[in-house]
Design a protein around this ligand. Sequence first.
Ligand code: SF4
Length: 687
Amino acid sequence: YRLQDVDVTDTTCGYCAVGCRFDLHTKDGEVLGARPTDPEKAPINGISTCVKGKFSYNYVNSDDRLTEPLVKEDGEFREASWDEALSRVVDGLGDIIEEDGPDALGLISSSKATNEDNYAMQRFARQVIGTNNVDNCNRLCHAPTVAALKQTVGYGAASVGMDDLESADCYLLSGSNTTEAHPVLATRIKQNVADGAEMVVFDPRKVQIAEYADQYTRTEPGYDTAWINGLTRYIIENDLHDEAFIEERTDGFDDLKEHLDQFTPEYVERVSGVPPEELASAAETIADADSCCFCWTLGLTEHTNGTENVISMSNLALVTGNIGKPGAGLSPFRGQNNVQGGGGDMGPLPNNFPGYQPVTDDEIREKFEEAYDTEIPSEEGWRTTEQFLAADRGDLRGMYIMGENASLSEPGVDHAQEVLDDLDFLVVQDIFLTETAEHADVVLPATTAVESNGTFTSSSRHVQLVKRAIEPKGNTRGDWEILQALAGRFGHDWDFDSPSEIMDEIAELTPIYGGISHERLENGAELQWPCWNDDHPGTTRLYEDEFNTEDGKASLITTGPNEPAELTDDEFPLTMTTGRVLYQYHTGTMTHREEGIMSYVGEDFVEINPETAANAGIENGDDVRVESRHGTIRVTAQVTERPGTDTVFVPMHFAESAVNTLTDENDLDTAAKTPEYKVTSVRLRPG
Ligand code: SF4
């Protein structure tokens, strides 16, 4: 197409938390493509786009988009007016509240939606329904990061900005398939490595970015506290730690040092498979570097000990003095586009109001009670995984799910689907009739990101505008508009005219967003929180002077030793990890509607080491059954050196071979209640 014929909208990518900005080209309601935004306009994130950001927009005008509300009658959906659908929702939720109280309901929000939508969802839960049983898909991924970093350094977020990530002298990267999950960020890191930075990768899979590393070390899934603590111990034992930093800026060093005694190189090798010489060389690389970024994704967090893994990483960064200075810091790569903002900052969380303000703090709760003119429960609510278990026990009778395909993404697919079927009332608000929506009593059609206005917050706490590029399809409405209409029917008069007005309310109630407004962003401000007031420039790098703790010092906290909930045995001798592939996005609701993408990766597979495959009589391309103690799926064999001989990998993107058929809904992180997606004992059978 010719550029002069198209409409151009400068917006933010809706696929991952790198937060690329680009110009979306549209014509007559169709998305034609995306081009990087002028770097002058978007100096932090305007440089490039990856395959999803550039090409994956067919879903927006897909024939099977939801365009009208649906209500279920005698087991079948039929179209309904908004008036009828909303009345049904009010009756369905209202009956449960009347009979069993508001805590018999659970609400699940989505990081795919804007900050303003997520803020509206938590307000709806607390003000309109009257419960703290509100959570977000962040529970299934980085919740342990938030829980850990809140304890050690104060904010549940990356300490670094993009500049630090591009200028580090060294990276320790673990549990992150960066090239596939955060492609543009991977390119930026690889460029820095090509320019001389060092990179050490510890991972059970030799992921693509490991090909660029100075050292790749294969680890045993589920034993990360062992090797991370082993690195910290080695550094302290060999006087490579930063004594002045530890003395001035941390608490708990003596206890940590004593606790680390047990993480000898021999122990680390025995449990996590890391040879002593590789432990030593990695420790020396990190300690020798002028600055180091500690980077991780879900390979560290989606474990029964995920919070402890991240605390261990934080300890290592603190002991080497690598937080709060250029090129150094903690860098969890958040997963979905808006998991930092929508998944956490906006407070669709059972324990926190927006800005991580605890619901159990009387003064803070009173502030929100005054703003919402209602009483808010003083106890924390249930996390999503706990909501499913509570429903199974009969303690939770209804759910409202916005933008999440929980029936496939929750651990234990059979369990999740049974729970959804047995609920007395289920509302699903989404853009497609997903596998989850199929179970609903009422389905409310929402707009996509390219039809919405609002903001997303990237991994580096960077709040950016999302702009409506085409008019909403059919009778769809924005998530916040649907919630506002429902609030009105419950007798709460919300009067937001736009997402910009919602952001103004967020800023009033949320100190870290205090200076963020659509107006400033429209005027070109690049704002990373904390941004305290209208004159504040935002904060590129956290903790330059002090940590966000009562005494300004970071906490060194002991962790481990621990082992995974599931262990292998003669019957189930392999460990399965799960994850993403470059071309697909979550349960595929959006990317499966893209022919080009499906032609690259149109079905799930299992990665098997050649030796393991040979022992099992399996060849590349064969049909394989992957069996766990919880279920069986059938996928295609991909024989590759990527996993070790005792590990296999299965992606998470396809309903027909839903990998969570194999996982266990009861194996949860002890602190954050995040599922164990990275250690499931399995066996392989040809056929
Ligand atoms: Fe979008 Fe992430 Fe790709 Fe950037 S790297 S274009 S944010 S999916």
